[in-house]
Design a protein around this ligand. Structure first.
Ligand code: HEC
Ligand code: HEC
Ligand code: HEC
Ligand code: HEC
Length: 341
């Protein structure tokens, strides 16, 4: 009897061990650890060789397009309907068209944006969107150096060969919404990937749309003087923080000393870059992406009628720097924002 009980114990223990090996949350060692904060604070980023090589694979670079030879007539003089790329020579213009096609519509080709019988025609909505995208990319490279530094972005940073980038969001995306007088729960209590499988709001990105304050900790003792946030705003902040961390493939201590999340002097320099990132995303969503709702076909819009927008993952795609820090923008001065010489 004793022997049978011991045997059963061993069997159960082995089964539990095997089950543990295959459940989520367990990762195969070795665990690679990189220190990001001051020493001794355990502010480390963790990964595994397998996760690392998967990330490298996902950040493969597109086929390079040979750089344009300098000189020659301006595209605006050669072609009929050039409204944005007025500073480019014809050769640069054609180089950029080839690159854009590789980055955004490699399978579809020029015809994704063009009426191939008349390239000057603006009939296809994708061409109108692409014009705005060119302006947005130049704006990022020129005016948002506080975030993108000299690394910059090109269409590939977000698109990676897809006409619509893989990571976009619209308002009210996750949660079912009753109409009329029914209140909405903003996706509370519906754990999913967007909120890190917690019961917090499934709409972590609303703060990337408006100017809401991403603060939860009161700075003064008395409630009347406090800037402490409501429970809802607090949950929204945490939900956004989880989404930001996932978008960059990092944990909270990449930016914060978790001893005191609100304290800037104890945070890493990356938190400041992230702060500029939040302002940049708000600017791009408000000035470039949302207004495209009047151009996009209804099938592209979200359930509440707004256009798809950016979050951190649109560029970062799980890496702390998009494309693991490789700068494609430096090879494409056509998108650099400064007039070509
Ligand atoms: C992702 C969308 C997109 C793709 C793909 C694309 N183009 Fe364009 N193309 C544009 C936009 C936007 C303009 C207008 C630029 C402007 O107004 O400054 C344009 C304009 C042009 C013009 C100028 C036409 C005129 O007379 O005004 C030519 C020529 C051209 N493209 C050639 C090509 C070729 C060749 C390809 C395929 C290799 C291609 N394009 C692929 C978006 C695209
Ligand atoms: C910062 C990220 C980002 C960059 C950089 C970017 N795009 Fe986009 N693009 C988006 C998002 C988000 C959408 C989806 C929203 C929309 O369609 O308005 C989109 C949509 C598009 C579409 C519409 C596709 C469709 O089928 O509806 C085209 C065309 C396009 N982009 C072209 C470009 C070109 C060309 C460039 C480079 C000059 C570029 N994009 C750079 C984020 C980006
Ligand atoms: C990529 C950098 C980054 C990561 C990663 C990050 N945060 Fe933040 N966090 C920020 C920034 C920037 C702010 C300030 C936003 C503002 O002031 O507008 C902030 C603000 C906060 C606040 C509000 C502090 C206050 O002043 O009240 C809390 C709480 C917080 N983060 C928690 C977290 C948690 C928890 C995680 C991990 C799940 C996390 N953060 C991951 C950058 C980051
Ligand atoms: C338009 C594309 C784009 C978007 C959107 C974007 N980033 Fe970035 N981000 C970049 C680029 C490019 C760099 C690399 C800059 C450099 O080389 O220093 C970067 C760098 C960073 C860094 C520094 C990483 C390091 O290792 O030092 C942080 C932190 C960061 N981004 C946070 C964010 C957060 C948080 C968001 C969303 C609120 C965001 N980013 C949205 C393009 C983007």
């Amino acid at each position: 009897m004793k022997l049978a009980a011991a045997f059963l114990g061993v069997v159960i223990a082995s089964l539990l061990t095997i089950a543990m090996l295959f459940t989520a949350g367990w990762v195969r060692p070795p665990i690679l650890s990189t220190q990001v904060g001051f020493r001794g604070l355990a502010m480390n980023q963790l990964t595994t060789p397998a996760a690392r090589s998967k990330l490298e694979l996902a950040n493969a670079l597109p086929e390079a397009v040979p750089p344009a030879e300098p000189g020659g007539p301006l595209a605006v003089d050669t072609y009929k309907n050039v409204k944005v790329l007025t500073d480019l020579t014809t050769v640069q213009f054609n180089t950029l068209m080839a690159a854009i096609t590789t980055w955004v519509a490699p399978n579809e080709g020029c015809g994704y944006c063009h009426n191939t019988d008349n390239l000057a025609d603006d009939g296809i909505y994708a061409k109108t969107v692409a014009r705005r995208m060119i302006q947005m990319t130049r704006h990022v490279n020129k005016d948002w150096k506080a975030h993108v530094a000299n690394t910059g972005v090109v269409c590939w940073t977000c698109h990676r060969g897809n006409p619509v980038p893989a990571n976009v969001w619209t308002n009210g995306m996750g949660w079912p919404q009753a109409g009329g007088f029914a209140t909405t729960n903003y996706g509370m209590g519906h754990p999913d990937a967007a909120n890190g499988s917690t019961a917090m709001t499934q709409d972590p990105y609303t703060a990337l749309n408006d100017k809401s304050v991403i603060r939860v900790q009161a700075t003064k003792a008395l409630p009347a003087n406090s800037n402490g946030a409501s429970i809802f705003a607090t949950e929204q902040t945490y939900s956004l923080m989880i989404a930001m961390s996932q978008g960059l493939g990092v944990n909270c201590v990449f930016c914060h000393n978790s001893r005191e999340f609100g304290q800037w002097p104890e945070s890493t320099p990356q938190r400041l870059t992230a702060w500029h990132g939040i302002q940049m995303v708000r600017d791009l969503n408000g000035a470039y992406l949302d207004p495209l709702k009047t151009v996009l076909p209804a099938s592209r819009l979200g359930p509440l009628g707004d256009a798809p927008k950016l979050n951190c993952a649109t560029c970062h795609q799980g890496a702390n720097k998009p494309l693991l820090g490789v700068s494609l923008a430096k090879d494409y001065p056509e998108l650099g924002g400064t007039p070509a010489k």
